[in-house]
Design a protein around this ligand. Structure first.
Ligand SMILES: [Zn+2]
Length: 422
């Protein structure tokens, strides 16, 4: 039998989170963690920030707080065998339709059921390591603002565990038929939607849709995160020019069917892209799934287009097998040598956080304590099979997954220690 060990809490320190008498929240010491560059370090976290990073043992025991009893010094976690990384983020999800494919009939659509499914989807994603997540949610038509309200309720209940952002997606915005969408979009942004979105190609007047959206985004001082089914560089260039006034607060996705030349347009326009390596497209496009072409990824990388990678689906009708694991998205980009492991990971962490408008995370003093510890000794190793994970959000351990694999004794005896599942 081989059993993978979970990161161990030091018995000499109080387990869990203790209050920090300095008023900056709990103190956490992560020891013996390997970084992607090969260094093995201790990391001290105070409140929601990384306070110090040093060689193993150099940060000493958790600091004694002036006037505080020794039992409130915090928690110490041994991360030997783990790789410590900036946490991934989920830049493109559709939680209001998550798990729809798992139901024999359309799932119940009550507010309670919506909140439950959205919360479950967000927690599933968090367990994989995404401490910040953005979900696109349909507004208007028969939905009104009901689905958005459910996302906002889930966001409230997830506070402290993960950051959840909502992108309001009206279907129509132009003409008489778009009057309801225009009103609902403004209401959605007032209600708390983080960004304005949708898919202009579904409106009879795509250019008009973009203009209405930009105006609403300017009014609400919020970013735009659009779907597009554009495939040719000319259409894309027109869309990019229309979006230019709102740069850099513009994100476009999933663009899986872009024909050659599209990457150059995006590079010139300076617009960030979100790719969905798992199935290419998503429910927001309302069309058949279009797989992501490896050659497109190469073109984007060569043209230096900033792109993030997300999941796009969690067992919804656009991808019944969708799994919101950022490491899987990175694995798919790295598999076959399309990207290096470093570049693939950057697309699910640094670039994904940038797409969400969040500050940079580095494992260094002063940076936000948004971290993922994953079983493995290198980034390629973690992408190949890092199942055991520990997730830190806002300086607090918010999720822990421990993988255990068992073999019959005779087989296990012949296996080296590396037989552990990771
Ligand atoms: Zn989508």
């Amino acid at each position: 039998m081989t059993a993978d060990s979970a990161p161990a809490e030091d018995p000499h320190h109080e387990p869990g989170q203790a209050p920090n008498p300095l008023g900056h929240g709990p103190v956490l010491l992560l020891t013996g963690a390997k970084l992607a560059d090969g260094r093995v370090v201790d990391v001290r976290i105070s409140g929601d920030r990384i306070q110090a990073v040093g060689t193993v043992g150099s940060l000493g025991p958790l600091p004694a707080m002036p006037g505080a009893p020794t039992t409130t010094t915090g928690a110490r976690i041994d991360l030997g065998g783990y790789l410590l990384l900036p946490a991934p983020a989920e830049p493109h999800a559709h939680y209001d339709v998550a798990f729809a494919a798992a139901h024999p009939a359309p799932p119940p659509d009550t507010r309670t059921d919506l909140v439950r499914r959205i919360t479950e989807a967000a927690l599933t994603s968090l367990g994989y390591g995404a401490t910040a997540q953005r979900t696109h949610v349909r507004i208007g038509d028969v939905h009104g603002l009901r689905r958005l309200e459910a996302v906002l309720t889930a966001r409230q209940s997830l506070r402290g565990l993960a950051e959840l952002q909502a992108v309001a997606m009206p279907r129509l915005l132009t003409g008489l038929a778009g009057a309801d969408g225009r009103a609902q979009l403004r209401d959605a942004l007032k209600l708390g939607a983080t960004a304005a979105g949708g898919c202009p190609d579904l409106d009879p007047d795509p250019a008009g849709y973009v203009q209405v959206l930009l105006e609403a985004a300017r009014e609400a001082d919020c970013p735009v995160d659009l779907h597009t089914a554009a495939t040719d560089p000319t259409t894309l260039a027109r869309l990019a020019a229309a979006l230019a006034p709102l740069r850099p607060r513009v994100t476009l996705g999933p663009c899986s069917a872009l024909t050659p030349g599209g990457a150059t347009v995006l590079a010139t326009a300076g617009i960030r892209l979100v790719l969905l390596p798992q199935n290419g497209s998503c429910t927001g496009l309302e069309g058949p799934a279009i797989g992501l072409r490896p050659t497109l990824v190469r073109e984007l990388a060569a043209a230096r287009v900033p792109f993030a990678a997300g999941s796009g689906a969690l067992r919804d009708l656009s991808n019944p097998a969708g799994r919101p694991d950022p490491l899987e998205a990175a694995y798919l980009l790295a598999a076959g040598g399309v990207l290096t492991a470093d570049a693939a990971y950057e697309s699910i962490s640094g670039q994904a956080r940038a797409a969400l408008g969040l500050p940079v995370v580095r494992i260094d003093a002063g940076f936000p304590a948004e971290l993922l510890a994953v079983r493995g000794d290198s980034l390629p190793g973690a992408l190949a099979g890092g199942h055991s994970r520990l997730v830190v959000h806002s300086g607090r351990i918010v999720s822990r997954t421990s993988a255990v694999r068992e073999f019959a004794d005779t087989v296990a005896l012949a296996l080296p220690r590396q037989g552990s599942p990771g």
